[in-house]
Design a protein around this ligand. Structure first.
Ligand code: SF4
Ligand code: SF4
Length: 339
């Protein structure tokens, strides 16, 4: 799904930039972790325990890092990035420093009003990625924010109707295996997309949501359902076919290829230090980044690991060029679930 900020012809300069970055072994995607603070209460992540005083040391600008890396994509993440009242200013500066860069924000969505989304879009944002693991109150309970799922599902159609690009970031875990396709269909029904990833306990050791062996058969069925959905509906699910097809092998611990996180994607924390992936410690200032060697780690199947291994196939271009159907005009034949 191409951001509505860009036209199809923009794929040409993006492809050129991608090729240059890969040839020079520079990151294609840079995540700016603009704060580690968060006002959710997830039981699988401890960022919300970050001391409020941390705000004093957060970088005021990420423009120099954006200019230095000039990646193809930049993500503003956290913690909860919308806690920063100056996020629009940060985004606008980065946009000026690295023009024609695909900029996204990853948010839990509780503070994403239409007005805030419009001001971020005006600053240069190309996509809103909103965490959504359930379509009902189970999401509120998981995030510790009453009314969150309903608020997201009320807001997203208002954003897509105004021409803004939205994706749900959905983590597949044992409790929502039957909710993944309904989330995908809901996304399509409101003109949004979906990024899928798999739950890991690497963040804080909470194994309660892991897809252990008794869930693997259901995961295999889900993978078949997702790939069948993708064949008919390009542009809704942003993961590559390869990434989805490899999920069972990852869960069965059959992946032995070293992780190449830190090569095509890096994370820069709130004080400007780089880490290879969101769950490894920061180890060097961004200005001294020299790349990371592949590492024997199998702790997660995030996109920064899994998509980095995915081959560049025609289906990936079809995913990018595919567009989500406008609200109430979905090609998918199964009924959209009630939110
Ligand atoms: S997972 Fe996201 S929303 Fe939950 S505590 Fe961590 S940063 Fe906050
Ligand atoms: S597998 Fe890679 S991306 Fe995942 S935690 Fe390990 S080093 Fe990080």
């Amino acid at each position: 799904m191409l951001s509505k900020r860009f036209k199809p012809w923009h794929l040409v300069p993006f492809a050129v930039r991608y090729a240059r970055l890969r040839l020079t072994r520079r990151p294609v995607l840079v995540h700016f972790e603009v704060t580690m603070r968060c006002n959710a209460r997830c039981d699988f992540c401890d960022y919300w325990k970050t001391d409020a005083a941390a705000r004093e040391t957060e970088l005021k600008s990420f423009a120099d890092a954006a200019r230095h890396f000039r990646p193809m994509m930049i993500t503003f993440t956290g913690g909860e990035p919308l806690l920063r009242a100056d996020l629009e200013q940060i985004v606008a500066e980065v946009n000026r420093a690295a023009p024609l860069t695909w900029m996204s924000v990853i948010t839990h969505g509780a503070m994403l009003s239409v007005a805030r989304a419009e001001s971020l879009w005006d600053a240069g944002m190309a996509q809103f990625c909103i965490s959504l693991d359930f379509l009902d109150e189970r999401h509120d309970e998981a995030r510790g924010i009453p009314g969150l799922a309903a608020k997201i599902l009320r807001t997203v159609p208002l954003l897509t109707a105004r021409g803004m690009t939205v994706r749900f970031n959905t983590v597949i875990k044992r409790e929502n295996l039957d909710d993944i396709l309904p989330i995908v269909r809901k996304a399509a029904a409101v003109g949004a997309g979906v990024n899928l990833s798999v739950y890991t306990d690497f963040k804080n050791g909470n194994a309660a949501h892991l897809l252990t062996a008794e869930y693997h058969a259901r995961v295999e069925t889900l993978v078949a359902e997702l790939l069948a959905y993708k064949r008919k509906n390009r542009g809704v699910i942003s993961n590559s076919d390869w990434y989805i097809a490899q999920l069972p092998a990852y869960l069965r611990n059959e992946m032995h290829e070293p992780c190449r996180s830190g090569e095509t994607t890096i994370h820069i924390d709130p004080v400007g230090m780089v880490r290879r992936c969101p769950d490894f410690p920061a180890d060097t200032h961004w200005s001294e980044y020299k790349g990371y060697a592949p590492i024997a780690c199998n702790a997660c199947y995030y996109a920064c690991r899994g998509e980095a291994q995915a081959p560049l196939t025609i289906s990936r271009f079809r995913d990018l060029a595919g567009s989500t159907a406008p609200a109430h005009g979905v090609a998918e034949t199964a009924p959209a679930p009630v939110a």
